[in-house]
Design a protein. Sequence first.
Length: 393
Amino acid sequence: MSTKDFIEKDYYKVLGVPKDATEAEIKKAYRKLAREFHPDANKGNTKAEERFKEISEANDVLGDPKKRKEYDEARALFGNGGFRPGPGGAGGSFNFDLGDLFGGGAQGQGQGAGGFGGGLGDVFGGLFNRGSSGTTRVQPRRGQDIDTEVTLSFTEAIEGATVPLRMSSQAPCKACSGTGDANGNPRVCPTCVGTGQVARGSGGGFSLTDPCPDCKGRGLIAENPCEICKGSGRAKSSRTMQVRIPAGVSDGQRIRLRGKGAPGERGGPAGDLYVTVHVATHPVFGRKGDNLTVTVPVTFSEAALGGEVRVPTLGGPAVTLKLPPGTPNGRTMRARGKGAVRKDGTRGDLLVTVEVSVPTELSGKARDALEAYREATVGEDPRAELFQAAKGA
Ligand SMILES: [Zn+2]
Ligand SMILES: [Zn+2]
């Protein structure tokens, strides 16, 4: 069944039902006529055979609510069959031939069509290649991109997290299925023939377009504007989405989630969602790219004599680091694979910085030991080189 059939054939007339017939009425009329003109009951009668085919075709369209809606819309577009196609255009309001309009019109073959051969191709393309939601679509429009922010804990940023995001955006109005019309059946705007744009005039080989003033760029006109959305077809909708934030994000990073933005209009794709991530600080761990950092206090004797030091890791068991004898204060050592998760799933390192801690209180025994240490090192002056260098330059 072609668009041409839709416009040329009055299926309601074929079945003898009114345009607002219910599904049951259509079914009943079809059954009655099908029995009457069935080939088995009219052997050799070609007229009855033709009629039976017509009846079946009409039922195929009107008996299917989705097809019926498309059919109604196609006919509404051309004034309920007032369109009389033909090479001469006799009696029709449109003066060009259907081959151009429905065949190669969009490729520019419909030269005789004046200004809108291509425009009409668009109308039909949109009208009959619609998405699944079944609302009237003229020209698909991509949904808006949405910006939002989220604050993650330090660990969530390292490991990745699924967080609920509450967002409000413009979505198709539920009351009118986004059509803007109270009956869910808007008219295609005659000014812009559904494109939502009008030419502003052309010059220098290019043309400019403006949003159509009559339909405000929607391509559709609501005869009975929906009360909820005042005919705009759009409504503010809040939704909470579970969003997966990948592992390894850092503070201030902006991630793009494709297709998670505002829903598209008339079958258009959804926009994207941009999430700016804030990461809370951690009391123990810091971060340098893929690496985590931690500062570990050691005693003077551990640093001087060497030893094994236990170091905490983020979300895992502690690791033991071997401190070589004579480790200076502030030296950084590396615990491999204990850092942040990288894009490929591997982990960076944990950078462990040694900080020699000075006891603020000493027990008697410790004091005695340190006094003895002072005795033993009395000839050593750690500042001798400092003064030497200060004089030199
Ligand atoms: Zn318009
Ligand atoms: Zn509405």
